[in-house]
Design a protein around this ligand. Structure first.
Ligand SMILES: [Zn+2]
Length: 272
C-alpha cells in the first residue's frame, strides 16, 4: 500500500482467540455485538474475540521502520489460544527485508502482542542494527513489572538500547508518532503524510473496529478509559480520504472509516 511516496506493508505475525467479549467489554450486552459480527465476522470466535496481530513495515525515503513487533516466537503468549503464531520472520523474508535492514523498531506500547519479536526466543536482539524507539512512560510502566515473562524476554535485555520519546516525534520524513493517551501509559499512534496523501496507524486506540461506531464502549484492558481519544480520532478520520490502519483489523487492516447509514464502519481499502 502506498501513501504518497511512503510504502506501508502489513505483515501478519499471529492470529488467536483472546478474551471472552464480556471480559474485554463488561458493560456491553452480548446482543449489542450482533451488527459487528456481520460486519467483521473474522474477528469473532463464538463468544470470544478473535484477534489478528499484524506489524507494519514502512519504507520512507530509504529508512525502513518496523511498527510494533507482534506476538513473537510460538508459545510466547500464554493468555490466548493461538491459531497461527510466529509468522513474522518468514513474512519479512518474503518481502526481502532482512533483519539487519530494519533501521527503526517503533513500539506503540509495550503489551505482549506488540513486542514479541524485539528479541528472539533466547532474548537476543532480533533487529541488530535497529534503533528501538518507545515512549518514556511506556517503557517505565513496562519495567515496573520486570518479572512478567514478556517483559523479561523482550524489554529488559534491551533496556539500555531503547531510545525514549517524550512526545510527538518525526521518525522518518512524513512519519510522525503522536501520543494517544488511554490504552497504555505513553501509548502512541503514527501519522503518515506524503505528497498530499495521509494515513493514520491507530495502534490500539480502537483495537476492535466496533469501537469506531461505539467509541464510548469501555475496554477493560485499557489502562485508563480512552473514550475521548477514540472519539476524537474517529471524528478526525470519518469520511475523509485518510487511510485508517490497525493491526487487529480484518484482512490487510488498511482501510477507511466511513459512515454507512447510522453507523461508522471500517472498510478495507483495495490493495495497491
Ligand atoms: Zn494490541
Amino acid at each position: 500500500m502506498v501513501v504518497g511516496e511512503l510504502e506501508v506493508v502489513p505483515l501478519l505475525d499471529a492470529v488467536g482467540t483472546l478474551a471472552e467479549l464480556d471480559q474485554a467489554y463488561p458493560d456491553v450486552p452480548a446482543e449489542e455485538w450482533a451488527p459487528y459480527r456481520e460486519l467483521y465476522p473474522e474477528l469473532f470466535a463464538g463468544s470470544r474475540w478473535r484477534l489478528p496481530v499484524k506489524v507494519h513495515v514502512i519504507r520512507a525515503d530509504g529508512t525502513t521502520v518496523l511498527v510494533d513487533a507482534g506476538v513473537g516466537p510460538p508459545g510466547s503468549f500464554s493468555m490466548w489460544a493461538g491459531e497461527q503464531e510466529g509468522l513474522l520472520p518468514a513474512a519479512l523474508d518474503q518481502l526481502g527485508v532482512r533483519r539487519d535492514m530494519v533501521d527503526i523498531v517503533f513500539l506503540t506500547h509495550v503489551h505482549i502482542d506488540h513486542i514479541g519479536w524485539t528479541t528472539d526466543a533466547e532474548a537476543d536482539v532480533f533487529f541488530p542494527n535497529a534503533r528501538y524507539l518507545v515512549h518514556r512512560e511506556a517503557l517505565a510502566f513496562a519495567r515496573s513489572s520486570p518479572d512478567r515473562s514478556h517483559i523479561r524476554r523482550c524489554v529488559e535485555p534491551l533496556a539500555d538500547r531503547f531510545e525514549q520519546l517524550d512526545g510527538d516525534a518525526e521518525l522518518a520524513p512524513g512519519v510522525t508518532a503522536f501520543v494517544a493517551p488511554g490504552h497504555y501509559p505513553g501509548h502512541m499512534g503514527l501519522r503518515l503524510r506524503s505528497a498530499g496523501a495521509e494515513a493514520v496507524l491507530l495502534a490500539d486506540v480502537a483495537p476492535h473496529p466496533a469501537l469506531l461506531d461505539r467509541p464510548e464502549w469501555v475496554y477493560a484492558f485499557d489502562d485508563t478509559p480512552q473514550t475521548t481519544t477514540r472519539a476524537e480520532l474517529v471524528a478526525d478520520l470519518a469520511d475523509r480520504d485518510v487511510l485508517a490502519i490497525c493491526g487487529h483489523y480484518p484482512g490487510t487492516g488498511v482501510g477507511r472509516v466511513v459512515s454507512r447509514g447510522a453507523r461508522v464502519v471500517w472498510e478495507e481499502a483495495p490493495s495497491g
